[in-house]
Design a protein around this ligand. Structure first.
Ligand code: GLN
Length: 453
């Protein structure tokens, strides 16, 4: 069949079924069919690559030329991007087809997709439950079979946690491996885009497109990009796995612990050896992250002022009134909470006590990982402390929501790569195994993930 037929089949499915999940904010039918026709022409001309004509969905945080890019916010509900994010440009050049833009927590702030201006998104495994967040729309769309794969972003777990909740493979690359140009900023020193897919092989193919230096992102790295599919089948004999004792502590749901332990046993059967390690500052990662991320967010989100682009309040009296009402009306509750926390933490008199302290803790957390990763090849543990929770279950208590990120966000603080892969079920709900590697060890992570699948 042709790319046009394949694309039409996915579009039909999205239009028919997505009212159940709410995984797409915008479906780009016209663009998709045009790209599919181009892909068919490339194929006819013998110019196709492995990705040509492959339908994909993109998190609505990646600017897409001529298409609304909302970041899940009322603030950008009317924003049509005049340019493509680098990864969108790269996927276009590889000949992929863009089905649409997926639902997400507002400005990627959340772990459940419930802070989206476009409404919550539902987990296809159980429609009463959240798909995770903030890349919840990408995860739900893949799990529901509405797209074969999708892009996501991960500032504190937003690729790995929804992947875990929806039984998918998600990779958060090393900070700097994938360009952030055109990816709407949440917390710039933590944000990283990456693939979400059904298998490690699919994620590897996406990484081949996404990774690499970008002159438009000064934090992207010029390290050579390997062919991520080349080493998927490497044997794992001799692989050293570290199990951080802090990841298996009492608060971890015992069924999740058992499912994860069973997966690790399978790695031992594949020739890996396991040892206990310690990441003693794990408990500090949540408080440190929830100072640093809001601080950066408060600065990044100052650009949404009603002057440049996006929402503007009706009939402002004067400039100050416009700023106040635009931001008051355009941002949702969680975003406002973070802007207030961040502004407070950065203010004179409190900076040393909060922001500086959090940065010091961040360094300690990074040093823990560097030490452990000099002794083992990968670290394994659960991706999340619970399986997918019920819609509305944690919305009234932000701190409880933040605790969802306990195992994921330390990696972002350290800049390390991590994956979540499906490793079994607990009470009928998917459980994710998290695999953490050293800087730029994405090939190794994908290899380790692939051997399990
Ligand atoms: N749940 C975390 C937060 O709300 C992480 C979100 C993300 O990775 N974008 O900040």
């Amino acid at each position: 069949f042709s790319s046009v037929e394949l694309t039409q089949a996915y579009l039909d499915r999205i239009n028919k079924e997505d009212s159940r999940y709410n995984s797409f904010i915008t479906v780009t039918d016209e663009l998709a069919l045009r790209q599919a026709a181009d892909a068919d022409a490339m194929r006819a001309a013998g110019q196709a690559t492995a990705m040509t004509g492959l339908p994909l969905a993109h998190k609505d945080i990646f600017c897409t030329q001529g298409v609304r890019t909302s970041a899940g916010s009322k603030m950008l509900d009317n924003f049509v991007s005049p340019y493509d994010a680098t990864i969108i440009r790269k996927f276009n050049a590889a000949g992929t087809v863009s089905l649409g833009k997926t639902n997400m927590d507002e400005f990627a702030m959340g772990s459940s997709n419930e802070s989206s201006f476009y409404g919550a998104c539902k987990n296809p495994w159980d429609l009463d439950r959240v798909p995770g967040g903030s890349s919840g729309g990408s995860a739900a769309a893949i799990a529901a079979g509405l797209t074969p794969a999708a892009t996501g972003t991960d500032t504190g777990g937003s690729i790995r946690q929804p992947a875990a909740f929806c039984n998918l493979t998600g990779l958060k690359p090393t900070y700097g491996r994938v360009s952030r140009y055109g990816m709407i900023a949440y917390a710039s020193s933590l944000d990283q885009g990456g693939p979400m897919a059904l298998t490690a092989e699919d994620a590897a193919m996406m990484m081949n497109v996404m990774a690499g230096l970008d002159p438009l992102d000064s934090t992207s790295t010029d390290k050579a990009v390997p062919d991520y599919t080349a080493s998927l089948d490497q044997p794992l004999s001799g692989l050293k796995i570290g199990l951080p004792k802090e990841f298996f502590a009492e608060q971890l749901n015992p069924e999740i612990a058992a499912t994860v332990q069973a997966a690790i046993k399978e790695y031992e059967a594949l020739g890996a050896t396991v040892k206990e390690v310690s990441l003693p500052n794990t408990a500090l990662s949540v408080p440190a992250y929830y100072i640093i991320a809001p601080s950066e967010a408060s600065s990044n989100l100052s650009r949404f002022d009603g002057v440049r682009y996006g929402y503007r309040c009706e009939e402002p009296k004067d400039l100050e009134d416009m700023y106040k009402r635009t931001r008051g009306e355009g941002f949702g509750t969680e975003v406002k909470r973070r802007i207030m926390v961040g502004t407070y933490a950065l203010s004179e008199g409190f900076y040393d006590a909060y922001y500086k302290k959090a940065q010091q803790i961040r360094r300690l957390i990074q040093q823990d990982f560097v030490r452990v990763l000099s002794e083992v090849d990968v670290i394994m543990g659960p991706t999340t402390p619970t399986t997918a929770f019920k819609l509305g279950e944690k919305t009234s208590d932000p701190v409880e929501m933040y605790m969802e990120d306990i195992f994921t966000l330390s990696l972002n603080l350290a800049g390390l790569p991590g994956m979540s892969i499906p490793c079994g079920f607990s009470n009928g709900l998917p459980v994710g195994l998290q695999i953490i590697g050293n800087y730029f060890a994405e090939e190794k992570l994908l290899n380790v993930a692939h051997k399990f699948q």
